[in-house]
Each structure stands twice: as structure tokens, then as C-alpha cells.
Ligand binder design. Structure first.
Ligand SMILES: Cc1ncc(COP(=O)(O)O)c(C=O)c1O
Length: 419
């Protein structure tokens, strides 16, 4: 056993037991939460490295503490790689998480009270896109566009009507649970018409944009692009803000000293190595496979009469309407799937009558399964287990059999970084 593990075992057995339990859970289960992934062993090593000891308030060359020769080097590498991978003029790699990255972006280019137009939460947007329960929802004056009632797709005429009616200073696209693609040129055109800045939050599919298997909003002239680093990008938890040079100073000072103090330099180092991977051919193949897997998964479910929001997927995620498909709410479906070691998350669907703690659907995605080497045939098998479990949810013996099959299957696919 490595030194740090035996130390932990000796000094804090409770914590060690929880760590081992989580490792086993990750090893033995199929991870379908679309915002999760298995990171690189180098990322795990850097997160647990001595970079965590260092305070580095400020930016490379302009810090408030001494001893920055190596932290400057890693932050410069991370910034440079982010700009290369995303074809960005400027990158800020310090946001501690996705929420902080969005908050810093708004506060960097707007004043509190300014109007923002973004996608409604139950139609696929994120909390930070102005949900009334989030601080951002209270700090800014949000208007929210919705998707089309039957298809669940974005209606660009409606977005334009909302923009003309509300005259936002910032127009946001991007999502947490929308299974479609985005027409950036159309968003940009609408923003230009009303004089708004444009921001795309590509947190979920940042890895797919980095690998050029999905369109890049910067190519369509977007002003700001934000992405988390821990979802399809496969990095540590964190956020990146990419923007045009003219906005660089405002964005940087909004992150520090506006919103945050010392950056987590262990995380910045891990972001740098993640971005090196993201530029590789292997990562491009991975990203393409994520999309193929999602589409095979969706087709297998549709073939069995399952109802999916937007009728399928054009990205890495699908949203299954569990009320329509199985007569159960999303929370119940998630719990049933937990018993067979298939991890998903309950999800509200457009204009959901149920509260977020129940939801009428479940969100499923392929980034994590693809990282373990699962392909389209495996996704069809996973779809079958998913359906069997949900249809036979009251049959304990069936659920036990499926759980055993899932665990045996998972043994064939090692988790990166886990022996
Ligand atoms: C689109 C989008 N933006 C921002 C975030 C926030 O990221 P974090 O959870 O790291 O704060 C998420 C997280 O799920 C997200 O899906």
C-alpha cells in the first residue's frame, strides 16, 4: 500500500473506510451522470501534490506572495494550453468551480441589476443561469427563455422575441440538461440585434468542443465562453473563462480580487495536464466515441418505446421522461437504478409539474462510461439493464440478478487511477 494510504488508514480509519467504499462504488457501478467522469491518474497525483501548500494570489508575474517560480510556470502553461485548445485570445484558469466562473463572468462585464437572458432551469439551463433560488438570480435581472412545448427543442424565434422584449445586456446559451445542439451564429445574430454581449456556458461539453467534435462558440464570435474542467474534459473540479482580449482585464480582476482569494494551485496544475491531454489524438477519439455512445444509447431506449426529451440526443446526454415511460417520478427511477449499481440523476423536464427533488425524468450521459472503454454495444446492453430494472422495479430477485450482472460487467473496465 502506498505511504499516504497507510498513513490515512493508521491515522483516520473512518475516513480510510469511506475512501475504500467510494473506490469500490466507482469500480463496481456504471456511472451515467452526464456531468461526471473519471479523471486522469496525473490529475489525482497533482491534486494531492505540494502545490496545494502554496498561496499565489494574483497572476503570473504579479503575485502578492514570494516563491512563485513554479506556480507561475504552471499557470502560464494552463493559460497557454487553454488558449490553444479552445482557439481563445485569453484564458483565466483560476475559478474554483463552475459556479464561481459564471459569477465572475457576469460581475466582470455587468453591474448588479443588469438584465441577462438565459435558458430556464427546467428547460435545461443551470442554477447560475438565473434560477430564482441562486444568488445570481437575485443579483441580476434575469429573463428566461424556454424550449418548445412538444419537442423540447430551442425555439430561436422565441429567444429573439424575448431578447427584443427584454433588451438584455448579456445573452447566455449553454445547458446542464438539454440534449440538443446550439446554433451559435443565430444566438450571436440575436445578441447583435439588441446590443447584448454573448456568453456560452459549455461546462457539460467543454471536452467535446476542445476535441472539435462539437462546434466552438468562439468561432462564431462569442465574447465569453465558460467551461467546467471536470465533466467531459476529464480534469480536476474547476472552471475556465475564455474571452476576447478586450475583456481580459475585466474578467481577470473579477475573478481576483473580485470574487476569490488565492487560487488552488494544485488544481491549476491539474488543469494544465488535462489540457495537454485534451489536445491529443487519443482525446479526439474519446470525444467522438462519447457522442456515438450517447446516440446508440438513445436509439436503444427509443426502440423500446422510452420517451426522451427532444426525441433523442445530439450531444453526450439524454433526458428520459420517467413518468411517461414507466409511470414513476425521476427520484424513484434514480433509486431503482441505484439498487442495480447504475448511477443516474433525477431531473426536472420542461415545465415540470413535480418539484426538483422528485422531477419527472432522469438524466443519463456517456462521458464516464466512455472513459472506461465502453462502446456502442456496451451502451445497448446498459440500456437493456436500465429498462429491465425500471420495468421490474418491484421484483427484488430480478433486481439482484441485474445488480450482479452489472458488477461482473464493470470488472472488465478498470477505472483510471484505481488499481
Ligand atoms: C452548465 C453548467 N454551468 C455551471 C455549472 C456549475 O459547476 P460547479 O458545480 O462546478 O459549480 C454546472 C454544473 O453542473 C453546469 O452544468
Amino acid at each position: 500500500m502506498s505511504d499516504h494510504r497507510s498513513l490515512l488508514q493508521e491515522n483516520d480509519p473512518e475516513l480510510f473506510a469511506a475512501l475504500c467504499g467510494e473506490e469500490q462504488r466507482q469500480r463496481e457501478g456504471i456511472e451515467l451522470i452526464p456531468s461526471e467522469n473519471y479523471t486522469y491518474p496525473e490529475v489525482l497525483a497533482l491534486l494531492g501534490s505540494v502545490f496545494t501548500n502554496k498561496y499565489s494570489e494574483g497572476y503570473p508575474g504579479k503575485r502578492y506572495y514570494g516563491g512563485q517560480e513554479y506556480t507561475d510556470e504552471i499557470e502560464n502553461l494552463a493559460r497557454q494550453r487553454a488558449c490553444e485548445v479552445f482557439r481563445a485570445q485569453h484564458a483565466n484558469v483560476q475559478p474554483l468551480s463552475g459556479s464561481a466562473m459564471n459569477q465572475a463572468s457576469y460581475l466582470g462585464v455587468l453591474k448588479p441589476g443588469d438584465r441577462i437572458l438565459a435558458m430556464d432551469l427546467s428547460h435545461g439551463g443551470h442554477l447560475t443561469h438565473g434560477a430564482p433560488v441562486s444568488h445570481m438570480g437575485r443579483l441580476f435581472d434575469f429573463a428566461r427563455y424556454k424550449t418548445l412545448p412538444r419537442s423540447g427543442a430551442i425555439d430561436y424565434d422565441h429567444v429573439r422575441d424575448m431578447a427584443l422584449a427584454h433588451k438584455p445586456r448579456l445573452l447566455i446559451c449553454g445547458y446542464s440538461s438539454y440534449p440538443g445542439d446550439l446554433d451559435y451564429a443565430r444566438f450571436k445574430e440575436i445578441a447583435v440585434e439588441v446590443g447584448a454581449l454573448t456568453m456560452a456556458d459549455i461546462s457539460h461539453f467543454g471536452g467535446l468542443v476542445a476535441a472539435n467534435v462539437m462546434a466552438n462558440p468562439l468561432d462564431a464570435g462569442f465574447d465569453i465562453v465558460t467551461t467546467t474542467t471536470h465533466k467531459s474534459l476529464r480534469g480536476p473540479r474547476g472552471g475556465l473563462i475564455l474571452c476576447r482580449d478586450e475583456l481580459a482585464r475585466d474578467i481577470d480582476s473579477s475573478v481576483f480580487p473580485g470574487l476569490q482569494g488565492g487560487p488552488h494551485m494544485n488544481q491549476v496544475a491539474a488543469v494544465a495536464v488535462t489540457l495537454k491531454h485534451a489536445a491529443s489524438e487519443g482525446f479526439a477519439r474519446y470525444a467522438g466515441q462519447v457522442l456515438e455512445n450517447a446516440s446508440a444509447f438513445a436509439d436503444a431506449l427509443l426502440d423500446q418505446g422510452v420517451s426522451l426529451v427532444t426525441g433523442g440526443t445530439k450531444n453526450h446526454l439524454l433526458v428520459m421522461d420517467t413518468i411517461q415511460s414507466f409511470g414513476i417520478d425521476g427520484r424513484t427511477a434514480q433509486d431503482v437504478l441505484d439498487t442495480v449499481a447504475i448511477t443516474t440523476n433525477k431531473q426536472v423536464i420542461p415545465d415540470d409539474p413535480l418539484p426538483p427533488f422528485k422531477g419527472s425524468g432522469v438524466r443519463l450521459g456517456t462521458p464516464a462510461a466512455t472513459t472506461r472503454g465502453m462502446d456502442t454495444n456496451h451502451m445497448r446492453q446498459i440500456a437493456l439493464w436500465t429498462l429491465q430494472a425500471l420495468r421490474n422495479r418491484d421484483d427484488a430477485a430480478q433486481l439482484t440478478t441485474i445488480a450482479a450482472e452489472v458488477k461482473a460487467f464493470c470488472r472488465e473496465f478498470p477505472v483510471p487511477g484505481l488499481a
